[in-house]
Ligand binder design. Sequence first.
Ligand code: SF4
Length: 84
Amino acid sequence: MKVHVDPQRCQGHTLCAMIAPDMFTLSDLDGTSSAMCDVVPSDQEELVQEAARSCPEQAIVIDGTTNESSEATIGREKTWETMS
Ligand code: SF4
């Protein structure tokens, strides 16, 4: 799993750094966030996903998809579970 912060979207709300302080760092200049590393360690994956869900700007991109599309995927998976 990979993660990065879209600098065009990030507004520096700091939620991500509060939820996953080992994964996100805030700029001293403008307060925007960036990921400390591209590849998310397995013990940080849940926190990174929670941070992505909590970001009001949907600025956290996981594996090349925004949180919006991740939830759409989860929704599809639930549909399949229901159907089987
Ligand atoms: S929660 Fe979103 S908008 Fe706020 S600092 Fe983190 S990435 Fe930026």
